[in-house]
Ligand binder design. Sequence first.
Ligand SMILES: NC(=O)C1=CN([C@@H]2O[C@H](COP(=O)(O)OP(=O)(O)OC[C@H]3O[C@@H](n4cnc5c(N)ncnc54)[C@H](OP(=O)(O)O)[C@@H]3O)[C@@H](O)[C@H]2O)C=CC1
Ligand SMILES: CC(=O)[C@@H](O)[C@H](O)COP(=O)(O)O
Ligand SMILES: [Mn+2]
Length: 379
Amino acid sequence: MKYLSIIGSTGSIGTQTLEIVRSNSDLGVTALAAGKNIDLLEQQIREFSPKIAAVYDEQKAKELKVRVQDLDVRIVSGMDGLLETAGEPSCSIVVTAIVGMIGIRPTIAAMKAGKDIALANKETLVTAGHIIMPMAEKLGVRIYPVDSEHSAIFQCLQSGDRKDLDSLIITASGGPFRNKTKEELAYVTVEDALKHPNWSMGRKITIDSATLVNKGLEVIEAKWLFDVDFDHIHVVVQPQSVIHSMIQYKDGSVMAQLGTPDMKLPIQYALFYPEHRPLAGERLDFAAMKEISFFKPPEDVLRGLPLARRAGRMGGSMPTVFNAANEKAVALFLDRKIRFLDIYDIIEDAMDAHTNIENPSLEQVLETEQWVYEHIESR
Ligand SMILES: NC(=O)C1=CN([C@@H]2O[C@H](COP(=O)(O)OP(=O)(O)OC[C@H]3O[C@@H](n4cnc5c(N)ncnc54)[C@H](OP(=O)(O)O)[C@@H]3O)[C@@H](O)[C@H]2O)C=CC1
Ligand SMILES: CC(=O)[C@@H](O)[C@H](O)COP(=O)(O)O
Ligand SMILES: [Mn+2]
């Protein structure tokens, strides 16, 4: 049996991970964690019988404790609760399905407890990749990518020799606004931005796809996961999201991973690597497919990628500034406090105002996050 701890079990990745548990009898759940959705968490506890469950919100945790007093489960809360669920001794692999850089400390706690990581929470690698990757190597734990592009690259890398790799080619859907002008984008609504053409995901990442910030985060994530420099990480728009990403070898040979847009595949592969276990669902029908097309990313209008490349190349605390400013700006946009294009201005302004810290410690990464929030609030 393989037992999972799922940090962020009530979200899009979390609930799809639990679907995979339902269809694999050798998977179990030993720990669950969520932010505040105790209705769904209670259902999950009743169905999957974890030993421990964390709710970040203290008040909601108290409510849940009363609701599940008939069960043999320990309810914990706050950051300490997340750290405990991440390091639960009986777990074999931790799925980081939480959104945002709040995932850094649980990921580190899991690694320190010797757990492998199925990593969906890209913000952790973007902001703390310089801490996480050497720590994983030192502790001998593995990080399996869940993000679809990184899973595609990881799958492509299974054949061939790593020393012959030339470059990574990350695909982007382009989001709902890929053909829009700056003028057209000025007054798009939250509802417009939440209409992803191909994927059904949480709200924050869906906005990131619309701004192309998601692709920027993924470029930095790929640098850490695959140890490839930014000059060798390319992005191409592939509007149908049929090709999930590609790699190119030094002889020009290109390997691609294709599939329907279904996150259960990369999640399951991360949990059972190197097995390609049976998975129910639609299959690609090539004869019925009208086209697989490619375009250059519209970087002048959707500025997420150039801003991310600038932050990534500077390194140090700048990727944290890029990420934290984006997290705050997306929250403000979802609250209808700013307009869509303001997201870029908020990120750029925070990056311009920041004095970069080289090789920041975990404390400095978290202080930088706070600095960004205060800087944005004082604007
Ligand atoms: N969705 C997708 O298809 C993909 C997602 N990813 C990445 O995976 C991560 C999760 O994305 P997604 O599933 O879409 O996000 P969702 O918004 O759907 O889910 C987020 C999860 O995190 C939990 N959470 C939020 N804040 C806290 C907190 N303070 N403490 C504990 N738990 C918390 C939420 O709990 P609650 O429900 O209680 O608020 C929820 O379970 C992100 O980093 C995203 O970029 C990567 C590739 C694809
Ligand atoms: C499913 C997944 O991995 C998302 O990160 C997805 O890639 C978002 O689509 P975009 O290509 O539009 O950012
Ligand atoms: Mn992705």
